[in-house]
Design a protein around this ligand. Structure first.
Ligand code: C2E
Ligand code: CA
Ligand code: CA
Length: 430
């Protein structure tokens, strides 16, 4: 029978085992995600969820031999320490045993439950002397397990190139947020009627020292799967509001649009975080636009509508990003508290060559106006397209025709050149 320990005792044990390890045997750590328990909580109540967890932890303790350790990290996470496996090959055998043990159905409160654990494992190679790295790698492997039918993954430097990049980025992203290797670029938005720059979209840039530039979609992809999206979005909103607050203080009347990930909507702290940043940098809420993709908005989860309503109460604006690429239901469009609709660039770019695209763009503009929203067309690359969009009644454009995304100091110059010097501000007004 294995030993069963609580959170901190388990980590102490891992540290001790790493220190004591002479590399003769193989030391491995498994992180076991039991998030399916929350479904049981939802269907049969928390007491049933607790029973299930206890049953699984005891089962694991009984199935593993003496010397191994089972740890309880949180209500939905268990860990195992295998301090002395015979060889690297035995790591996979140990994981298989964990999977078999946990996957057997459990009866709780008269209901049969089929556990679907996700397991990630990392074994200590001789070069690794950091117990935290071992746990971090096991945790990363656990996230990779999500995409595998077998439900588990071994951390391995020979993982597929995509997974390797994923591990690498994750390890560095933490650091990048702390060390300010990330930057926001700003892409101007122009009002088609007045020709004035009315604001910009903040776009994330990560320049990895010595390794070049990582596209923002990749950064967001990794952050969403490794629990880093919250700190990342916190950083993005703070920087966007601080830098835009400085422009507003100078008298440049511009808004800023910030992209939100679908996961941010599920975060109960989000409205408070945004409210705090608005106050801190003295930005009127009406100057902030949050962009959510169509797919995120169509999430039928009632929590996400609630989150949008709470955000709207702060006085900011909500935009639907990449419109036309998801599956909007008219009922949902009618119910969402939206101010702005952004037409995806794939319809805009070839608009003049493709009558179908042009008709689609036209009807999206009309639809948005019917629902009381204003329209931004993305990916406007030529003057001809800009003119045609104006004729169709589009309100705002964004795209390389105006400018590519640029650092804040260049954006400031751009606004000054296009809109002219701001009139002197009266004391205390914005
Ligand atoms: P998006 O929100 O649709 O952003 C617009 C993308 O189109 C940007 O790419 C922008 O540089 C590019 N773009 C703008 N005008 C043109 C044009 O005329 N032609 C062409 N070909 N492209 C144009 P970028 O900066 O690489 O961002 C890619 C995506 O990454 C964004 O798509 C957004 O989904 C995501 N993203 C970027 N920054 C953030 C962020 O701070 N947070 C989150 N959650 N996602 C972000
Ligand atoms: Ca966007
Ligand atoms: Ca977009």
């Amino acid at each position: 029978m294995a030993e069963f320990l609580g959170y901190s005792a388990f980590f102490d044990r891992v540290r001790g085992a790493v220190r004591a390890d002479r590399g003769e045997r193989t030391l491995a750590v498994a992180v076991i995600n039991l998030e399916f328990v929350s479904k049981v909580d939802g269907s049969y109540g928390y007491a049933a969820g607790d029973d299930l967890l206890r049953a699984l932890a005891l089962r694991l303790r009984d199935a593993l031999p003496q010397g191994d350790v089972v740890g309880e990290v949180s209500r939905t996470e268990l860990t195992c320490l295998f301090p002395a496996l015979l060889s690297e090959q035995h790591v996979e055998l140990a994981v298989n045993k964990v999977m078999r043990t946990l996957r057997d159905p459990v009866t709780v409160g008269g209901h049969e439950v089929y556990p679907t654990p996700l397991v990630g494992v990392s074994s200590r190679r001789l070069a690794e002397d950091d117990p935290d790295a071992l746990l971090r790698e096991a945790n990363l492997a656990m996230h990779c397990a999500r995409r595998r039918p077998e439900g588990y993954a071994l951390y391995d430097s020979k993982n597929s190139p995509a997974e390797r990049l994923y591990y690498e980025l994750h390890a560095e992203l933490h650091h990048a947020i702390e060390e300010n290797e990330l930057a926001l670029f700003y892409q101007p938005l122009m009002d088609l009627r007045t020709g004035r720059i009315i604001g910009s979209e903040a776009l994330l840039r990560w320049n990895r020292p010595g390794k070049g530039y990582v596209t923002p979609d990749k950064v967001v992809f990794v952050a969403e799967r490794t629990g880093l999206i919250q700190p990342l979005t916190g950083w993005i909103s703070t920087v966007a509001l601080r830098q835009s607050g400085a422009l507003l203080a100078e008298g440049l009347d511009v808004s800023v649009s910030v992209n939100m990930s679908v996961q941010n909507l599920g975060e109960p702290e989000l409205p408070r975080l945004i409210a705090r940043a608005l106050r801190l940098w003295d930005v009127p809420p009406s100057k902030l636009i949050l962009e959510l993709t169509e797919t995120a908005m169509m999430d039928e989860n009632p929590g996400s509508l609630e989150a949008m309503l709470q955000l709207k109460e702060l006085g900011l604006k909500l935009a639907m990003d990449d419109f036309g690429t998801g599956y909007s239901s008219m009922a949902r469009l009618r119910d969402l508290p939206l101010d702005e609709l952004k037409i995806d660039m794939r319809f805009v770019r070839d608009m003049l060559a493709s009558p179908r695209d042009e008709k689609l763009v036209h009807s999206m503009i009309d639809l948005a106006h019917c629902l009381g929203m204003y329209v931004v067309a993305e990916g406007v690359e030529t003057r001809e397209i800009a003119n045609r969009l104006r004729d169709m009644g589009c309100d705002v454009i964004q795209g390389y025709y105006l400018a590519k995304p640029m650092p804040m100091d260049q954006y400031r110059e751009f606004v000054l050149a296009r809109n002219g010097q701001p009139a002197l501000k009266a004391e205390g007004s914005l």
